[in-house]
Structure formats: structure tokens, C-alpha cells
Design a protein around this ligand. Sequence first.
Ligand SMILES: [Zn+2]
Ligand SMILES: [Zn+2]
Length: 668
Amino acid sequence: MSPSKKIVEVVIPTGIGKTLHYSVPPAFEPRIQAGMRVRVPLGPRQATGYVVDWVKTAEVLTLRDILEVLDATPLLDQWLLDFTRWAADYYLAPWGRLLQYAVPPIAQRKDRRAIQIPPPPEQAQELRAAYRPDRPGSEQLATEEIVAAVRAGLYKVFLLRAHSRLAVYLKAIDTTLKTGKSCLLLVPEILQIEPIATQLKLMLGLDPLIIHGELNPRKRLDNWLKIKASKNSVVIGTRSAVFAPISNLGLIIVDEEQDISYKQEESPRYHARDLSLVRARGSGAAVLLGSAAPSMESYYHVQTGKYHGLRLHEEASHSPAVEIVDLREAPRSGFVSEPLKKAVVRHVAKGDSIALFINRRGFAHGIFCRDCGYTARCPSCNIAAAYHKETRQLRCHYCGRIQPPIDSCPDCRGARLIAVGSGTERVFEEVKTVLPEARIERLDRDLIGGKKKRREVAARLAETRAEVFIGTQLLLSWSELPTFSLIGLVWADQGLHLPDFRAGERTFQLLTLLMQRSKEEVLIQTYTPDHPAIQFAAQRDYAGFAQTELETRKALGLPPYRRLIRLVVNGRREGPVQRAAESLAAILHRMAGEKDRTGEDKGRFDILGPVPAPVSKRRSRYRWHLLLRGRDPGPLHHWAAAGIQAWTNKNPATGIKLEIDVDPLQML
Ligand SMILES: [Zn+2]
Ligand SMILES: [Zn+2]
């Protein structure tokens, strides 16, 4: 390498943890800029990477030249580089992995064509009609505060706790656009994009730009380019839209902010709601978080004054009557108790639509031998395999592995097998025997996978006009459903006993959201009628629940009072996995100890575990986990990163992998 050549720092969008340095041939020097794609040599191969910076001195002695510059203008703006770098540091993930979300998938192919970035259209928003809110009042007051922050270009976070939030969203979006800025609206589910886009069209005459994972690559690139070119647009999307190249951002709305779909459950394990705050802070935008039952974290931030809480005066007259059915005492022959059966029959006789909720697909939780206690399990995950009667399969809900059903016990050859627990298929059968003439529909992921299947189901629903819907969480996000006069929760405490400290919060939120879908009556079947999550939900007392829950979290040192990082060590043999997890913990303990001796306050960090994860085997890999806990994210992350680095340098046994989950939402 000649010393006169300039050097650039390049990120390769794969799992490579660090940035690489390359020299720039003089011919490329005048036109190369940060944010452009380049072809570079990588070992014996070539790769496409992103120029992220110029550097003065290289880390290695022999530098290799950049082979080709692929773009005429930078694909990534500087703020997007800064944002993704911040996210990579925070989530302890390779920067390249985060950059993958900031560019359309097509730009990551070996396709060498430059992506032409069009100039901004002159009148992007000419479709826009004047919007007059038809219901002034508390909505007006709430939006005025948001609008003031948007106008002032202030980073401010609002938490709107209300059931109907659309009017506030529309008004806030309308005003933001009028100030000449752009809006980003995040929703947890692809299914929720279309209805809200339709509302924006109808009420504001807007044509929002849409970003989600099911768009075909062409359309995605097309929308990405339009977003990049526009200075005054509305973008709607799911999780990854938080990386959309919107410049001139005035407002980010995160609807159903408590929804765990905002957290990606594979690396990089980022949280779109939390990242939206970072984005907004960087661009002086306001954030509006909306939910009927906000996360404990967001509610806590309102209590401490970090966020600004907003409420609407919602009429209590819409609230349905709620009855709790104690499954330990209620007369029943199956999973639907007599009181619930009677209510179903009564409502259907009136010609109303009703819904029964059960949060599990399939027919039964598992197959169990009455003679020897054998349980049919997934061989890869060692977890009970659910029985799907309709397709005659045993299916693992963790890895998807399918096995043929069994007619006799493989252990004792006995034939007394029973299907334990319930799922949508079983509840369907039960209701069918009570109401053989009724039009009943099942609604779960087994029926609705992908766009095509969804359209088929939507068409069938429109045609059959079902009276009884039996479904999972899809009941909440499927917009083509009628209003229900009765909602029955077949097993409300189903998720309550999972080994996860957020089980109570999730149950409360689920109940709250389901209850609001019924206009007359709600029946909650439960084995634990006295649990706070059930009681407070039935009384519609969010503040009461939050106070109880936060007191517990505080006493136990759990989020939002402490920060967590979850480390899962996995591998094909259990012995090496356990030893690797223990050595990781030992290194971290030692490092925490060293910090103590340097005079920093003791007990700032601690480690829970290592122990086998609740799902101790998944896809044939054994799993051990440990939780790192600390008060402040900065030092905690620093400690974790240093510990993981030291552990990696010591070369754990081959085939051992580490999952890093910062601010984990799943503990299984
Ligand atoms: Zn048996
Ligand atoms: Zn499995």
C-alpha cells in the first residue's frame, strides 16, 4: 500500500463483529462518501460493504484496495449510520447486522447496479384534505400538547393510555405534516397496517408509505426510495420500519406500545419502541406511545416524570359486564363451563356474534399415557408436543417439528392415551356439540399463514357471516371481525404460571385488550380467580394493577428498577454447554470483583444463574442461561461486553454459541 492512499472504514453486513479498513485507489477518492456501498476483497472472496467513515491510521499493516464503488450517492445518511451504530453498541450486536435493516434487501444482493435516489417530489402531499376533528374535548387537549412539542422540534415522550386512540393519532399526524415534517407510525402486526392506512386515506386524504417484511423486494425498494426522497410523508410499518430512511422527522407514534412483537427474538434483539425514542432524541422529534394497558416500563417513566402521561375521558357506559367463572367449582364436562355454554347459547339465539379466546392452537396440549405417565415430546426440544387432530399430527410449537400421532404408548405398549389440555380445535369441537347448527369459525396461525391464506380466510368470513369465533390472539389483530356481544376467555390464567416475571403483566394486558372487544358481556374462566392480574383486569383498574406489580418488581430488583441482560449458551452436548456457561459466569464475577476493588460501589452488578433455561433444549441444542443485572445501563453493558469478549478469547469448546439479549422480554 502506498502511504498516500486514503483509508476508509467498512462494515460488512454479516455477523462480522468489527469494522474493516481498506485503502482507496486514487480514482475512487473524489467520489467515495460515507454511506455508499463498495465491493471489497474479504479473504479469498469478495463482499459488499458500507463505507462508514474515513480513518487516519489503519489497524493492520497491509491494507487491501477497495475494488469498486457501487453507488453514485450515499445510500445511507450520516444519521442512519450513527443510529445503527448506537443500536449495535447497545444491543451488543454486530453493526453490520443492524445496517441490514436500514437498507432494502435488494441492496444487499450481489447486484452491482447503483440504486438511483430520485430527487424529492415537489408537492408530496397534494392529496391532503383539510381535517376537522368531529369530537373535540379531551382528545383535543391531548393532541394540543403533542402538537406543541412537534412545532417546537422538541424531544418529548408522551404515553397515551386510552382504548380509542385513533382520533388523537390522526390529529397529531395532520398537524405534524402541516408543520412540514414527517411522521412514522409503528404497529405491532402486519394485519394492523391496512386498517389504519385506510383511515388515513379516508380522514386525511393521505397515502402513507408502507414498510414491512411481507412486501416483495421490488415494492420494498420502491417505498424505501420514496421515503428517502420525501421530506413530508407518513410512513406506517412494523418493527423494522424504525430504520426507515425518514429525514425531517417530527413525530413517531408507537401503537400498542406494550406489544412484545416490537422486540426481535433473534439477533440483533432490538426493541423498536425503545429505538424509536433514540431516533426521536437524535432528530428532535416527539414520541407518542399508545396503549390501553401500557408496559410497566412506560408507566413507571410517567410516574418518575420522564414521560408525559395523557388520558382521555372515555365513557364507561361502553364497558361490558364482567363475570369470573372459577373453574375449580363451576359445573363442566369439558373446557367450556356450564355458565359459559349458557351465555354462548343465549347470545347466539339473539343473533349476535360472540368470541371464545384460547391462547393455543391445535387440539390438546399434549398426549399422555394414563398407565405409565409417558408424555409425547418433541425429540429436538424435549417439550410436550401439541396434538393437532385436524391434520393428525403431533407438533412442537417451539421448533415446528412434526411427528405422526401415536395410537399406543411407546414405553408400556398400553392403549390408554389421553389428550390433556385444550386448544382452539378442541374448544371448536365442544361448541359444535352444543350448537350443531351454528356457524362457527376458528381463527389461529394454523389457518392464517401468509398473505394468500389470509385473503382466503377474509373472503370466507365475509361470506359465511359466522356467529361464533374461536381464536387465539388473532382475535385482537384481525380487523375484519364483527363486534362481539360476548367474549369468553376459556382459560384466562393459561400464561400466568410461566417461569417469567412478566407473566402477570402479560395476562393483565391480554385480558384488558380482549375485554374491550366485547360490547355486552365478558366471561373469564380461571383456576386462580384471586390472582391480582385477573382481579384488577376484571375491575378495569389499570392503576391498581400497576401499583401492585411495580411494588413487587421493586422488592425483587426487577425491571423497570433494574436493567437485565440475558445470556444463553447453547450447544449439542449438555456437559460442554454447562461448563461454558459456568466459565462465562466466572469471568463476569471476577470482572465485577475487580471493579469493586477499584473503589466503585459494591453490588452494582450481580449474576443470576447460570442454570438450565426453562426451555432447556431447543432444536436439538441444550440451553443454559444467566441473567446479568445492574442499575445503570452504561456500566452494565460495558461489563457484559468486556466479559463476553474475554470469554470468547478463551475459545469455548467448538459448537458452543452465545445468544445475547439486552433488555430481554422472554425468559424461556
Ligand atoms: Zn405408557
Ligand atoms: Zn421442538
